[in-house]
Design a protein. Structure first.
Length: 485
C-alpha cells in the first residue's frame, strides 16, 4: 500500500487544499485513494454517515476521493471552546475535554488510536495521502507529537514539506525547518513544495535553488495561487480574516453574520457567496451589525453561553433587537438558534462553569445543555422547499415556540421555531444553504432573485480544476515514486 504525508511550515500554508487536490488527481487516474489526518483542531466539522464527526477538510478530501467520509479519516479532533481548553472527539464521538495545560502530555493512547484508524483505512486503499497539522518545526511539541513527525515515524511515511510564499519568508521557513529538525525526522522529508505563488513561477527559480542548496531536498514544484480554492469549504477560522471579498456595485440584498468568538461551521454560508444578488458580510468584533441588512444570521458556535456574552460585549444584542424592531429578519443556526430563546442553561457545566444566562428573547423557547451530543444527517422540507443537512449539537430546546416549527424532517419529526410574526426563525440544522431549492426559498424571502447554482457540483468542479493545476505544476511522477506507487 502506497502512502505520502504532506506537512507544512505552519498553519494555513495550504496543506488541506493540496491534499484534496492530490486525492482528486490520483482518484481521476483510477487509483483508490483515502485521506487521513491523525489529529485536527477545528470548529468546522462534518457528520459522517455513521453518526460521528470529523474535521471539515477530511470530509472534503473524502469527496475528492469520491467516497463517503468516515471517522477513521480523522480519529482525533480538538474543537476549541475556550482560550485554554477544547472538546476532545475520538473516532467521531465526544470524549471529554482537553486542557491546554496538558497539551503534549498523555498522548500515547491517542497515537495508538490514530495508528489503528490509519491501518484500518489503509486496508481499503491503494494510496493513502496524509495531512499533517501545524508545523514539524515546532520542536518543543515533538516529544508527544501525534500529528506530524510522531505519526510519520510511527507508520513510516515519506514526507513532503510545504512552504507558503504568499506570507513571505518561504526560504527561511523551509531552510529553518531543516535546521531545527533532528536527523531522524529530517530524513523523513523527501522533497518540498512552494505554495501560493502569484505571477510567473520562473521568477522564483533562484529561490528554489537556494532551498535545494541549503537542505538537499529536491523541489517537487511551485504551486500558483489556486483560484479554485476559494470555492472550497473553509476549515480554519483564519480564513475569516479575508472572507469579505469585494463585489461589483449594484443593488444587492445584504446578509450579515456576526463573527462570534467561537464561531463553528461557518462554511454553512459558502453557497450564499455565489448568489449574484446577495452581499454576504461577516462582521468582525468591534464593528456594529449593518443597519441595511435584510437578514442577520447568528451562526453556530462551539460555546453558546460564552458567545451569548460575547454578543452582548460587542453590542450586537442591541443591534439584533433594533434590526427586528425595524422590520428586519433574523435566522439562528444551532448555537445561534439557542441564543434567540429566552434563556440558555448549563446546569452540569458542559461548556464550562454551570450557569444560566438570558438569551435574546426573540423566540419563545429555552435551552438546557445536556451531556449527549446529537450527530446525524437529516433531510426534509423548509418553507415548502426540500433541504438536506446535518445536526451537530449539545442541548435540548423546548417551549411554546416549537409549536411553530421551522423545519419538517422526512421522518415526520420537526425542528426549530418561528416567531409569531414570522420574521425570526431558528433551527439546529447546518447546511441549509447548500441545497439549491432551500437556498432559493430563503433568498427569495428577503427579496433577492435566487440562482440555480448547484453548490455541490461547484465544489466538485473546483476539485477537478485544482487537480488539473497540480498535474501541470508538480512533479507527479516523483510524488508517485516517493509514495511507492
Amino acid at each position: 500500500m502506497a502512502a505520502l504525508m504532506i506537512q507544512g511550515c505552519g498553519s494555513d500554508v495550504g496543506k488541506s487544499v493540496l491534499v484534496a487536490g492530490l486525492c482528486r488527481l490520483f482518484t481521476n487516474r483510477g487509483i483508490i485513494v483515502r485521506p487521513f489526518k491523525s489529529q485536527n483542531m477545528s470548529n468546522n466539522a462534518a457528520v459522517t454517515s455513521g453518526g460521528g464527526e470529523i474535521g471539515r477538510a477530511q470530509a472534503l478530501q473524502a469527496q475528492a476521493c469520491r467516497t463517503r467520509p468516515t471517522v477513521d479519516m480523522n480519529p482525533v479532533l480538538l474543537k476549541p471552546q475556550s482560550d485554554v481548553g477544547a472538546q476532545l472527539i475520538v473516532r467521531g464521538k465526544m470524549s471529554g475535554t482537553f486542557d491546554a495545560s496538558a497539551h503534549g502530555r498523555d498522548k500515547r493512547a491517542l497515537l495508538d488510536v490514530a495508528v489503528e484508524s490509519y491501518r484500518r483505512l489503509a486496508q481499503e486503499a491503494q494510496l493513502m495521502i496524509v495531512e499533517g497539522a501545524g508545523s514539524p518545526a515546532e520542536t518543543n511539541l515533538r516529544k508527544n507529537d501525534i500529528a506530524n513527525m510522531g505519526f510519520a515515524q510511527a507508520v513510516g511515511l515519506p514526507v513532503v514539506l510545504v512552504g507558503d510564499i504568499n506570507r513571505g519568508h518561504v526560504i527561511a521557513s523551509l531552510v529553518g525547518a531543516h535546521a531545527v529538525l533532528d536527523a531522524a525526522d529530517r530524513a523523513m522529508i523527501r522533497g518540498f513544495i512552494v505554495n501560493k505563488f502569484r505571477g510567473n513561477p520562473r521568477l522564483f527559480d533562484d529561490g528554489v535553488q537556494r532551498i535545494v542548496d541549503h537542505t538537499g531536498w529536491p523541489s517537487i514544484g511551485v504551486v500558483p495561487w489556486l483560484e479554485g480554492a476559494s470555492r472550497l469549504p473553509s476549515e480554519d477560522g483564519m480564513q475569516l480574516e479575508n472572507i469579505n471579498a469585494p463585489h461589483a456595485a449594484g443593488s444587492r440584498v445584504k446578509i450579515a453574520v456576526p463573527q462570534l468568538s467561537r464561531i463553528a461551521n461557518f462554511d454553512d454560508f459558502d453557497p450564499l457567496r455565489a448568489e449574484p444578488e446577495i452581499e454576504l458580510v461577516f462582521v468582525p468584533p468591534g464593528r456594529a451589525l449593518p443597519r441595511d441588512a435584510a437578514l442577520i444570521v447568528i451562526p453556530g458556535t462551539k460555546s453558546t453561553i460564552a458567545d451569548m456574552e460575547f454578543m452582548r460585549s460587542q453590542g450586537w444584542d442591541l443591534d439584533v433587537l433594533s434590526h427586528v424592531r425595524h422590520g428586519g429578519r433574523v435566522l439562528g443556526i444551532c448555537g445561534g438558534y439557542q441564543m434567540l430563546g429566552r434563556s440558555i442553561s448549563d446546569p452540569d457545566g458542559i461548556e464550562g462553569t454551570p450557569r444560566t444566562v438570558a438569551g435574546l428573547g426573540l423566540l419563545d423557547v429555552e435551552t438546557v445543555m445536556t451531556g449527549d451530543k446529537t450527530l446525524r444527517e437529516v433531510s426534509g422540507v423548509l418553507m415548502g422547499a426540500r433541504f438536506a443537512g446535518y445536526e451537530m449539537h449539545v442541548g435540548s430546546t423546548t417551549g411554546a415556540g416549537v409549536s411553530r416549527p421551522f423545519l419538517r424532517f422526512s421522518d415526520g419529526s420537526i425542528d426549530g421555531a418561528i416567531s409569531a410574526d414570522g420574521r425570526v426563525t431558528g433551527c439546529y440544522v447546518h447546511g441549509l444553504f447548500g441545497a439549491t431549492e432551500a437556498r432559493a426559498a430563503l433568498v427569495s424571502a428577503i427579496g433577492a432573485a435566487p440562482s440555480q447554482d448547484d453548490h455541490a457540483a461547484r465544489v466538485d468542479a473546483a476539485l477537478d480544476e485544482i487537480a488539473g493545476e497540480l498535474e501541470r505544476c508538480l512533479d507527479i511522477p516523483a510524488l508517485a515514486a516517493m509514495a511507492g506507487l
